[in-house]
Design a binder for this molecule. Structure first.
Ligand code: SF4
Length: 321
């Protein structure tokens, strides 16, 4: 995950909840990919150390367990860069140029010059991040499946041209419920519509109050349609079944108002995020713990990555002179 800002509820239900579960039966490598943040934000990198620290805090607070999983920062494991370089020798340029997000993001981020090798090469760096741990599986959202397919193609090409070293990683599709932001669009920091894991109950309350509802329900006596309401969609993710049924029936019959509906939603979100915020505050009060977690995670990752790189170097006849 690139450290580009604080994590929000979309990250929680779209990725982190799944990662926490995966720890039960997988050996996990969870990496804060700070080099990836440079591919688009290279002109001003001052915020990266803060974002890295915040991300580590968020991960620990939601239940990522450093005893079971390696939690570390990409730039602490230089082997990722070495594998990226060596893979770049065998990967045809058109494979990178045809990645759909390459052109799309260049269009979207017109304020930046993304005509750089780093930006073109980021799916290759991503492939190196995965293949260096000889991963069997990668948890991804559906939109990232094409990226993982590229990683699999790169593994196949290296295995065929050089030596069979890399397993082709499978996609573990994340069950991610639709979670709109406060304005009904996808929750995202850049849309300024996100509820962050670090938000206090008061901030959460204000953000829920500002949420859009069914636009047809302009007055309390008018019945609403929950299926078009972001508040209802968020209830479906965070509230229990009784509350979801109460909101749906009360909205359709106009027995409840949007204010009642939002009050219940605030309770549900605070109940979910409150314990996360408490654990986060505990970790925040102990900066050495976070530093140690990242240092130990990097140590563990370097061991695994070093093992792979020995094989890769040998297969390319490097390092024997
Ligand atoms: Fe949305 Fe709830 Fe208002 Fe219905 S009552 S429009 S579900 S906020």
């Amino acid at each position: 995950m690139p450290p580009t800002g604080p994590l929000h509820l979309g990250h929680l239900v779209g990725a982190l909840d799944n990662w926490v579960r995966l720890q039960d039966d997988h050996e996990c490598f969870c990496v804060i990919v700070d080099w990836h943040a440079l591919t688009t934000d290279y002109a001003d990198t001052r915020a990266i150390p803060r974002f890295v620290r915040e991300m580590a805090l968020d991960w620990l607070a939601v239940g990522m367990d450093p005893e079971r999983s390696a939690i570390f920062v990409q730039s602490d494991v230089k082997e990722h860069a070495e594998l990226h370089l060596l893979l770049s020798m065998v990967v045809p340029l058109p494979w990178l140029e045809r990645v759909p997000t390459y052109k799309e993001q260049q269009e979207q981020l017109r304020d930046r010059d993304l005509n750089t090798y780093g930006f073109l090469g980021y799916p290759l760096l991503q492939a190196a991040d995965i293949l260096i741990y000889r991963a069997d599986a990668v948890p991804v959202g559906e939109d990232q499946v094409p990226h993982l397919e590229l990683t699999r193609e790169i593994a196949r090409r290296f295995n065929h041209l050089v030596k069979p070293i890399f397993p082709e990683p499978k996609a573990v599709l994340t069950r991610s419920p639709r979670l709109p932001g406060t304005d009904g669009r996808k929750m995202s920091k850049s849309y300024d519509n996100a509820i962050f894991l670090s938000d206090r109950p008061k901030q959460i309350g204000k953000k829920v109050d500002s949420m859009l509802t069914d636009p047809q329900r302009t007055h309390r006596p008018i019945p609403g349609d929950p299926s078009v309401c972001p508040v209802y969609a968020t209830h479906e993710v965070f509230s229990d079944a009784d509350t979801v049924a109460w909101a749906a029936a009360g909205c359709r019959s106009a027995e409840i108002g949007c204010r009642d509906c939002k009050a219940k939603l605030k309770e549900a979100i605070v109940e979910r995020v409150g314990p996360i915020a408490e654990r986060r505050a505990e970790f925040e009060a102990s900066p050495d713990t976070v530093r140690d977690v990242l240092a130990n995670g990097a140590e563990r990752a370097r061991r695994a990555a070093g093992y792979t790189m020995e094989k890769v170097r040998r297969s390319l006849h490097l390092g024997k002179h």
